[in-house]
Design a protein around this ligand. Sequence first.
Ligand code: HDE
Length: 696
Amino acid sequence: MAKSPRTKSDRTQPSGGETHQTAAGLDTAVLTTNHGVPISDNQNSLKSGTRGPTLLEDFVLREKIFHFDHERIPERIVHARGSGAHGVFEATDDISDLSMAAVFTKGEKTEVFVRFSTVAGGAGSVDTPRDVRGFAVKFYTREGNWDLVGNNIPVFFIQDALKFPDLVHAVKMEADRGYPQAGSAHDTFWDWASLMPETTHMLMWAMSDRALPRSFRTMEGFGVHTFKLVNAKGEASFVKFHWKPRLGLQSTIWDEALKLQAADNDFQRRDLFEAIDTGNFPQWDLGIQVFDQAFADAQPYDVLDATKLVPEENVPVRLIGTLTLNRNVDNFFAETEQVAFLPSNVPPGIDFSNDPLLQGRLFSYLDTQNSRLGTTNFHQIPINAPRCPFANFQRDGKMQTMVPRGRANYEPNSLAAHGEVGGPRESPVTGFVTVDAATGDDESGEKLRVRSETFADHYSQARLFYLSQTQSEQAHIASSFVFELSKVGLLDQVPPRMVANLRNVDEDLARRVADGLGIPLPKKAPAAKEPVDMPLSDALSIHKNMKETLEGRAVGILIADGTDAAELDAVVAAIKKAKGKAVIVAPKVGGAKLSDGSVRKADGQLAGSPSQIFDAVAIVLSQEGCAALIKEAAAVQFAMDAFGHLKAIGHSDAAKPLLDKAGIEPDEGVTDLGKSFMTAASRRFYDREPMLRTLA
Ligand code: HDE
């Protein structure tokens, strides 16, 4: 497989301006201070005598420690933990009738930077908590940057930006005790959420396996809000943006996600980096749902309400381009940490709707960058700088790296008439023009601190989501509510209040959650607006949108001394042929001595490579190997967890005693190592679950 290209010429530089850094100085032979003075000794500080005190005049020591002391910047208040990658977006369909944005010109290739994230945890937290994932894309278009700052869930917790600080305070670690980290299963989150019926739809998604994606590569992305597309005639349509992963959807199950946190807290970050590094470039198609005011008016929900989606069965998703991530970052801090996304970054041809959540975001992101990156000049940092020329009369400020020439720092000016540089001028023809209210937004001009009546239905789409899931997915949702509410320790009033809200979603769901918690079914909460039944939508289910493929999946192959070399080679070859990743696991990382006397090196040691890091497992043992591993708790657990996490297990005949010891009752997911294993390894066996654990 090809290595991802990492040439110097690929490195991001702001257009028009040079950075003074030459790859952080690493191609300079002599070590210097930040001011260029050569350093003779980087091992010892300057002292008075060999054992005397350190001298204040040691500028080498002081500069080095001073810089180190300030290496960290404030982490993002939300979405602190993230992973980024470079790539390209190629427009594949002509939508010039809808939008004049150059990024959508058929055949146009635009450089992009993408950052995936969890929301609640700090920068050093884990990759696999139950949480929403951020899916933020910066398109460096030739008409300026477009930032589509979305999530992997198409709706949001709240309808109005004014509630965002309350949401975030409630979900993040509790104010007095500083825990829990990266999880919503605690008092303050559910106290708040149960008092806010508008969260109900999003809660259904957050309690589903959508909040446990297997990898970034196997999750969808959504722009969430309704935006507008504007064509060259100034005509606007409403649009919702979707990212559809080429590998289909995949999620983990809860027990697996918990164990993954212990096995590898960088699981998703590593998956993304390694996929790109080995040339398995992740891809998504960009889809749009386009509709007009008449459609919007006819719906039983408001398209400006971010707690609602537009079912794909009503407005099909039209695919208009492909995103390919093909280059890892060179430096995590300089790129992934310093990238600053702004939903307010839109080129001509894309515009905002009056969604009150979106409107609040347009302010928040610009503002937060100043406290995070410490300067209003954050747009000059290479990862944030447009790739097209940019120029205006904004000047100075902290960390100004540009050196504008001449006297023109105001406009209008007539300096050009005097032979001086006059600077850029506005462009009514190519410049961004806010589309007028032609799409019928209700802009009466009165000042009102209100919530529109059309936002009042908090339950119909929550019900739509729940009822559109498979039985297994519904059981996962009910069980997640039980798990999370069971962690509400101090506030007895909260679980009943939440279940009372759920009765508006689905009576059966509410009963299951109450039963699971062991509490009486509370009285139904009054609904601001009675929910209605909507036609079910297959697009909302993960199970109905999985792709049976080995591509993008890893198979852990457990071997030990005595493993049949030919059998092992055949399994590895078959996995590779099906574009899967074969990972050899053995008791010792140095390898195992195979039947033919050769030694096969392992990719991972058994104790450090539990089966939750794989999508399927093959257990290729001889009688001798099996006899040894049957006494190894890690080997028994390897098989037991693979089975418990509903994965395929292919095994040699001689490995059967290990499976017996793990309590595995063979089903269609437990196979020999032949063709049937390759088919089984491309999927999961959800039917197995009711036999293994009690779900709500
Ligand atoms: Fe964010 N959000 N958000 N958000 N958000 C931030 O911006 C905010 C919302 C999303 O990888 C912050 O640069 C407000 C919805 C992503 O760097 C901050 C509101 C959606 C990321 C902020 C929302 C998102 C952020 C923190 C309600 C999905 C990570 C650091 C009005 C459509 C971007 C930063 C990255 C980050 C504010 C709601 C997605 C504080 C006020 C809805 C993917 O500005």
